[in-house]
Design a protein around this ligand. Structure first.
Ligand SMILES: [Zn+2]
Ligand SMILES: [Zn+2]
Ligand SMILES: [Zn+2]
Length: 102
């Protein structure tokens, strides 16, 4: 059973996680939060993925959509939040660093 409150709570947690992952500078897996590195992987995947029907990307698109609707922070660190190309690249470049450090 999923009550509306549970749904709200789960959305809230995902929003917090999204924000954390974008702010978090611990690479590749220095952050103690496992969900954090998962979220970073998701975002990097979303950035790279060319498949419009990808179910993972649809989930992330959903999350980012919710975030955009709620966010009123002009200095927001979340990529894709403010739809300016430079901003996406700046914030993504931080995330993408982790990719080459295996
Ligand atoms: Zn983290
Ligand atoms: Zn994808
Ligand atoms: Zn934002």
């Amino acid at each position: 059973m999923t009550s509306l409150e549970d749904k709200e709570r789960s959305i809230y947690l995902h929003m917090e996680l999204l924000k954390h992952a974008c702010e978090c500078q611990q690479y590749p897996s220095g952050c103690s939060s496992k969900t954090c590195s998962k979220m970073k992987e998701f975002l990097v995947h979303f950035y790279d993925c060319q498949n419009v029907n990808c179910p993972l990307c649809q989930r992330i698109r959903n999350l980012l959509q919710i975030h955009r609707n709620r966010c009123n922070n002009e200095q927001c660190v979340v990529p894709f939040c403010i739809l300016k190309r430079e901003r996406i690249q700046t914030s993504m470049s931080i995330l993408l660093q982790g990719r080459y450090q295996h």
